[in-house]
Ligand binder design. Structure first.
Ligand SMILES: [Zn+2]
Length: 108
């Protein structure tokens, strides 16, 4: 169920564990089945590529964002800027929205 995801594309998140701990970034992509997400400009990993690769015509080393486990990420509330795990609330229409535990803002 897509509506149950705590973290979604375009969310602002904070990293709580690991080498990027304390940093924040925008979610570019979520892999729900793997429980991971790509966060813009975080968790760069070097990758060796062959000549002719579209990102490095001469070959060599490129750096790209590697997926971060969702359990290492916390959603940042767009209203109160707090890091939190959202709770879910069902609207009368049946839509489930995420709600900030700190300020009660509906995040969608
Ligand atoms: Zn909030």
């Amino acid at each position: 169920m897509a509506g149950k995801a705590k973290i979604r594309k375009d969310d602002l998140v904070a990293v709580t564990i690991g080498k990027e701990r304390g940093k924040t970034g925008k979610v570019l992509r979520v892999y729900p089945d793997k429980g991971r997400a790509i966060v813009e400009k975080l968790n760069f990993q070097k990758r060796h590529v062959r000549k002719g690769h579209p990102m490095a015509q001469q070959g060599g080393v490129i750096e790209r964002e590697a997926p971060i486990p969702l359990t290492n990420l916390r959603l940042i509330c767009p209203k109160c800027q707090e890091k939190m795990r959202p709770r879910f609330q069902a609207l009368e229409s049946g839509t489930r929205v995420r709600v900030c535990r700190k300020c009660g803002e509906q995040i969608g």
